[in-house]
Design a protein around this ligand. Structure first.
Ligand code: CO
Length: 677
C-alpha cells in the first residue's frame, strides 16, 4: 500500500514547475453539471465554443460535456440537436476525453427504456465522440447496467461505474450505508468491468472525515481509480475534496469558478493553489485558468445570470445536513404542503420521512426515489389515522414494490407490498429479475412512427426517448414548422438593452407610462429587488427557467362543469397536489408514447360532460378516440403541465363524443379537451 500523505515537494511555483509525483486528476464539469446545477441546463453550444480550445489546454483528465438533463433541455428548450453538440465540441476539444452522465437503463430520460434502445443509444453516443460513460442507477442496482456496459466495452470506451452516496444517519455508518456497503458496491462494479469508480454525492452529504475513511478503504480494496463527485449544496464539498485527496483519491470533479459553488461543485482555482508544490500538484497553470474565467465572465455569463436562483442570501443549504435529504426534495415537500394548505404539518413530515424510507427499503434519495419517498410521506401524514397506515399509495410506490425500479438496499416492508399490490394490474407478486426484462423492444416501432420525417438513427433515438417533444424538435429541424421565439438564444444585445433600461431607471430618466391592466400573475414569478436611490421596488419577472419537464403521471381531477351530473368515485383520484413532485417518473407503467395526431373533431357537439384543462399545458396524448367507450376514472387525456405529466380521468362513464386537440398542442386553463356523452 502506498503512502498517500500529501507532502511539500517543491517550492518552484512557476508554470514550468516539474510534474508532481502523483498529480490529482481533474474532471471539469462546467459544460454539463455546472450549468445544469446553476442555470437549469440552459447552456448553449455557441456559448461553449469561445472557451473550448482554451479549456482543452488546461490538462483536465476529462471534460463532462453531455448527458444528464442536457439531452432533454437542448431539444426541448434550446432548439439544439443534442447529438450535434458532441460533434461540434470535438472540433475544438481535441485532446481532452469527453465524459457523459448516463442514467443506466434510464439513459438520458426518466424511465427504464427497452434493451434495444439502450444499446443503440450507447453505440451512437460512442460513435459521435463520447469517451467516458459515467453510469449510475438510483437504487445502486447494477442489473440496470447490464444492457449498456457490454456495449460501452464493445465500443472500447471507458466504463465508469457510480455508487450513489446516501446516508440514514448524520454521518456515514449505521446499518445500511456503512463502509462495508460502499466497498461491496465497488467490488461489484469492478467485477462488471468498471475502468474507474465514481462516488456520486449528488446531495452534498459526504463529510470530510467520512470521505477520508471511505477513500482510504476503497483504495486498499480495489485497484481501479476512484473519482469523487461531490456537490457543494451543503457547504461540505471543498473540505471533503481535501480530505479525499489526503486519502489518495485519484480524480476530483470541479467547475470553472463562475460555474462553481451553490448547488454546483467547488471551483478548480483554489484547489490548484492548495496543492501547489505538493506531491499531488495538479500541474495546472492558474493564469491560464484566469483567462478562461475572464472570457466566461465577460462574454458568456451575462446571458445566463438571470437564471441564477437568488432568492436566498446563503449559498449553502443547511437543511441538507439536518435531514440527510437533497435540497430539491425538501423544497418539493414544502411546496406540496403549501398547496394542501398544511404547512403546519412539516414537522410531522420530517418525523414520518425516515419511517417511509425504511419501509421502502432505505433507497438512496436521488431523483426519482427522493420524490417517491417524499410524496408518499406527505400522503401518510395527511391521510393516515391510528387504524390505518398507507391509506393512499401512489403509483410510483406500487411500482417500487413490484420491482420495476430494481432491488432496494434492504427488503421492502412486506405489509406495504401486500397493500400496494392489491389489485395491481401487473400482478400481486413482485418481480425479482432485472426490471428491463419485462419491457418490449421499442426501436423498430419508433423507426416506423417517424419514417415520414427522418431515417437518421440519431433522430430516431431522440424521438424514441422523447416522442412528443422529440417530434416537435425534428419538425423544427427539418423546416416543417417554425420554432417559437422562446427557444431562440438570448444575445448580448438583449442583455445590453436591459442593462441600459436599468441604468435609465436608476438615473430617474424613465417616464411613467399610463398604467395598463395587469395580466393575471403567473405562478412562476421570480422577484427581483431593485433599489433606485433610496427607493425600493420589488419587480416580478415571469421565469422561463426551471427543470426540464419530466415524464411523470399524477392523477388530477378535471375541471368540472357546473352541470356535473354526479360526484366521481373517490377511489384512486386523489386530490392533485398530493402527488406533485418536480420529477418522479415511474419506470415503465406509464410511458411517454406518441400517438398519431388525433384530428380535431367538430366542436359542434358539446352536449355532454366536458373535460376541461385544469391548468395550462401541453397535450401529450389522448388515451381514447372519438367513439371509444369509457368507464368512470379511465384516463382520457395526458396533459404535461407544471413540469410533469398529469393523467386526466373521465368523471363519468360514456362515449367520447369529441376531441378538440392533438398531441403537442398547447392548451389554456379551462379549454375543453374532450366531451363525453
Ligand atoms: Co452531479
Amino acid at each position: 500500500m502506498s503512502d498517500n500523505q500529501v507532502k511539500m515537494t517543491a517550492i518552484n511555483y512557476s508554470k514550468e514547475r516539474s510534474k508532481s509525483e502523483n498529480p490529482v486528476k481533474i474532471e471539469d464539469l462546467t459544460l454539463r453539471d455546472g450549468h445544469q446545477s446553476l442555470f437549469a441546463t440552459r447552456g448553449r453550444t455557441e456559448d461553449m465554443i469561445p472557451v473550448a480550445e482554451m479549456m482543452d489546454e488546461v490538462g483536465f483528465w476529462a471534460m463532462e460535456t453531455w448527458g444528464g438533463a442536457t439531452f432533454d433541455t437542448m431539444h426541448r428548450f434550446l432548439n439544439e440537436d443534442p447529438w450535434q453538440r458532441i460533434r461540434t465540441l470535438k472540433k475544438y476539444i481535441k485532446k481532452t476525453p469527453f465524459s457523459m452522465l448516463l442514467r443506466g437503463q434510464n439513459l438520458v430520460g426518466y424511465r427504464n427504456y427497452a434493451d434495444d434502445l439502450a444499446k443503440a443509444f450507447v453505440e451512437r453516443a460512442a460513435e459521435n465522440g463520447m469517451d467516458i460513460f459515467r453510469t449510475f442507477d438510483a437504487l445502486n442496482d447494477y442489473r440496470n447496467f447490464e444492457a449498456v456496459v457490454p456495449v460501452i466495452k464493445k465500443c472500447k470506451k471507458h466504463f465508469q461505474g457510480c455508487i450513489c452516496y446516501s446516508l440514514t444517519e448524520p454521518r456515514m455508518g449505521g446499518e445500511v450505508y456503512n463502509l462495508e456497503y460502499y466497498v461491496n458496491k465497488a467490488q461489484e462494479l469492478v467485477k462488471m468491468g468498471a475502468d474507474s469508480i465514481c462516488i456520486k454525492d449528488m446531495a452534498g452529504l459526504l463529510a470530510p472525515y467520512d470521505a477520508y475513511n471511505l477513500i482510504k478503504e476503497l483504495k486498499s480494496k480495489v485497484a481501479v481509480p476512484i473519482n469523487l463527485h461531490s456537490h457543494f449544496t451543503s457547504g461540505l464539498a471543498s473540505m471533503t475534496h481535501l480530505k479525499a485527496i489526503e486519502a489518495g483519491v485519484d480524480i476530483i470533479d470541479t467547475c470553472m469558478s463562475p460555474y462553481a459553488y451553490r448547488t454546483s461543485h467547488p471551483a478548480i482555482e483554489p484547489l490548484v493553489i492548495t496543492l501547489l508544490g505538493t506531491n499531488r500538484d495538479t500541474g495546472f497553470d492558474i493564469k491560464h485558468l484566469a483567462k478562461i474565467n475572464d472570457k466566461l465572465e465577460k462574454d458568456v455569463l451575462p446571458k445566463y445570470k438571470h437564471l441564477l436562483d437568488e432568492t436566498k442570501m446563503s449559498i449553502i443549504d443547511i437543511n441538507v445536513l439536518l435531514h440527510q435529504t437533497p435540497g430539491g426534495m425538501l423544497s418539493n415537500l414544502v411546496n406540496q404542503l403549501k398547496q394542501m394548505d398544511a404547512l403546519d404539518k412539516i414537522d410531522a413530515v420530517f418525523a414520518e420521512l425516515p419511517k417511509v424510507r425504511k419501509d421502502l427499503g432505505q433507497v438512496p434519495l436521488v431523483t426519482p426515489t427522493s420524490q417517491i419517498v417524499g410524496i408518499q410521506t406527505v400522503n401518510n401524514v395527511l391521510f393516515d389515522d391510528q387504524n390505518e397506515r398507507y391509506k393512499r399509495i401512489t403509483e410510483e410506490v406500487k411500482a417500487i414494490c413490484y420491482g420495476l425500479y430494481g432491488k432496494t438496499a434492504t427488503p421492502i416492508n412486506p405489509e406495504v407490498i401486500k397493500k400496494a399490490l392489491k389489485g395491481y394490474p401487473r400482478g400481486d407478486k413482485p418481480i425479482t429479475g432485472r426490471p428491463a426484462e419485462v419491457l418490449e423492444p421499442e426501436l423498430e416501432k419508433a423507426k416506423k412512427e417517424i419514417a415520414d420525417l427522418t431515417s437518421n438513427i440519431d433522430d430516431i433515438i431522440l424521438y424514441a426517448l422523447y416522442p412528443v417533444t422529440g417530434k416537435k424538435f425534428l419538425r423544427w429541424k427539418y423546416g416543417k414548422e417554425e420554432p417559437p421565439k422562446e427557444v431562440k438564444a438570448r444575445t448580448m444585445e438583449d442583455v445590453k438593452a436591459e442593462e441600459e433600461l436599468i441604468a435609465k431607471a436608476k438615473a430617474g430618466k424613465l417616464t411613467e407610462t399610463k398604467k395598463k391592466e395587469a395580466p393575471p400573475k403567473p405562478a412562476n414569478l421570480r422577484t427581483f429587488k431593485v433599489f433606485v436611490d433610496n427607493e425600493y421596488f420589488e419587480v416580478g419577472v415571469e421565469s422561463t427557467s426551471g427543470a426540464p419537464v419530466v415524464n411523470y403521471i399524477q392523477p388530477m381531477m378535471p375541471q368540472m362543469p357546473l352541470s356535473y351530473p354526479q360526484a366521481p368515485a373517490p377511489v384512486s383520484v386523489a386530490p392533485a397536489p398530493v402527488s406533485a413532485p418536480k420529477a418522479s417518473p415511474p419506470p415503465e407503467p406509464v410511458k411517454e408514447k406518441a400517438t398519431e395526431p388525433t384530428p380535431a373533431a367538430s366542436k359542434g357537439d358539446t352536449t355532454g360532460t366536458q373535460i376541461k384543462a385544469p391548468m395550462p399545458g401541453m397535450v401529450v396524448r389522448y388515451e381514447k378516440k372519438v367513439g371509444d367507450k369509457v368507464k368512470s376514472n379511465d384516463v382520457v387525456v395526458v396533459l404535461e403541465a407544471m413540469k410533469m405529466e398529469n393523467a386526466i380521468y373521465a368523471p363519468v362513464a360514456g362515449v367520447i363524443k369529441s376531441i378538440s386537440y392533438k398531441s403537442g398542442d398547447s392548451v389554456k386553463k379551462n379549454d375543453v379537451l374532450c366531451v363525453i356523452g
